[in-house]
Unconditional design. Structure first.
Length: 160
């Protein structure tokens, strides 16, 4: 079961991160060996599954992520999609390298009701020496409906 970092000391050092492949890093978060990012607790989602070229986050939006109209803020969709798509890229990053998001785009198709559990799946399209491209979607766990889609480009940087 993933655990969430509550202090900076809960996160791995850069040298510890660089000693793992991206897939090993993501699997260690999923099995609870390493802490997951605090943004998950803030936004109400956790890593649910990870594979070679895929990452799935599961969560449900609460009132604290609404806009002034009381509906789920677009930033919640974007943050969830960015997490899944970028972590899918991470699964292909070799030891000694890191990545970060360069840009992402989302399309919100319908409103997610507050408290409804969703899965956000990220899948790679390509990961090379310097870039990674992935796409993602948010679907309801119970209803299977598609709520949003996204795409991303990440930069892959060799550090060691």
């Amino acid at each position: 079961m993933p655990r969430i970092a509550t202090t900076p000391d809960d996160l791995l050092s850069q040298s510890e991160v660089l000693s793992l492949s991206g897939l090993e890093f993501m699997q260690a978060i999923l099995d609870g060996t390493n802490s997951g990012p605090p943004i998950g607790a803030t936004m109400g989602y956790t890593l649910h599954a990870v594979g070679d070229g895929t990452a799935t986050f599961r969560g449900a939006p609460d009132f604290n992520v609404t806009n002034p109209m009381g509906t789920v803020h677009g930033g919640w969709y974007g943050t969830l999609l960015d997490s899944a798509m970028a972590c899918a890229v991470m699964t292909k990053v070799p030891r000694g390298s890191v990545y970060t998001t360069l840009e992402y785009k989302i399309n919100i198709l319908r409103a997610i009701p507050l408290g409804m559990q969703v899965d956000c799946n990220g899948v790679i399209d390509h990961v090379g020496r310097s870039t990674g491209v992935a796409h993602g979607e948010i679907r309801g766990v119970e209803d299977g409906k598609l709520y949003a889609t996204g795409s991303t480009t990440c930069i892959v940087m060799k550090i060691a």
